[in-house]
Write a protein that binds this ligand. Structure first.
Ligand code: SF4
Length: 197
């Protein structure tokens, strides 16, 4: 009985979300958003354009981010945003501030997974670039083990594995899926848009 009432609720929420999306599309209003909350990162991945072009500059404070979120996302009724960087887990103060402003809206954190996964109540997208040797060749030695241990140590957080396919890792997509499917809620795959490889 409980299962069927949960299912009814889920169907109801999905219908409402679908209607909202249709209205927003008609009015050309934004549905999804993204915020690069820090310019810093603890890695220097081979395929990354971010650190190659990085110039040191002052970052926004948590309160300044609150204002950005209210102005750009809440006012425009953006339903879901992803927090990226750099490495967003280097700014837990900003993550907490943004979550408190976004309230019921959906927030995800896109991370390299090498820092402890704090249960902020948001979903995590963790970048995995291949099986251990390929991932480490791209991201740095021992990062793969660090990420895996981190995920094992934090079963309370929701993890989606995010793989960017490039010329170094296209052959191991199935192996990655085999290795992570017990630990992850889902997988996303994307193609490299700019970089050295
Ligand atoms: S973890 Fe992300 S931001 Fe940092 S260097 Fe790697 S790809 Fe770039």
């Amino acid at each position: 009985m409980r299962g069927s009432s949960n299912l009814k609720k889920l169907v109801g929420v999905t219908k409402v979300a679908y209607k909202i999306i249709q209205i927003k599309l008609k009015k050309k209003l934004p549905i999804l958003g993204s915020a690069d909350i820090t310019n810093s990162c603890n890695l220097k991945c081979k395929h990354c354009y971010w650190w190659l072009n990085r110039t040191p500059r002052k970052e926004l404070s948590a309160d300044e981010w609150r204002n950005v979120v209210k102005e750009k996302f809440v006012k425009n009724d953006v339903m879901s945003i992803s927090l990226t960087g750099g490495e967003p887990l280097l700014r837990p103060d900003v993550i907490e501030a943004i979550l408190s402003e976004m309230k019921w809206r959906y927030v995800t954190i896109v991370t390299n997974g090498t820092l402890p996964l704090v249960d902020f109540g948001a979903g995590y997208f963790i970048s995995i670039d291949g099986t251990e040797s390929i991932h480490d060749a791209i991201r740095d030695e021992k990062t793969y083990r660090k990420v895996k241990q981190n995920v094992l140590d934090h079963p309370e957080v929701n993890v989606v594995i995010n793989m960017t396919i490039n010329s170094l890792n296209y052959g191991c997509v199935e192996d990655v899926a085999d290795e992570w499917y017990i630990l992850a809620r889902a997988f996303t795959f994307q193609l490299l848009t700019h970089g050295n490889n």
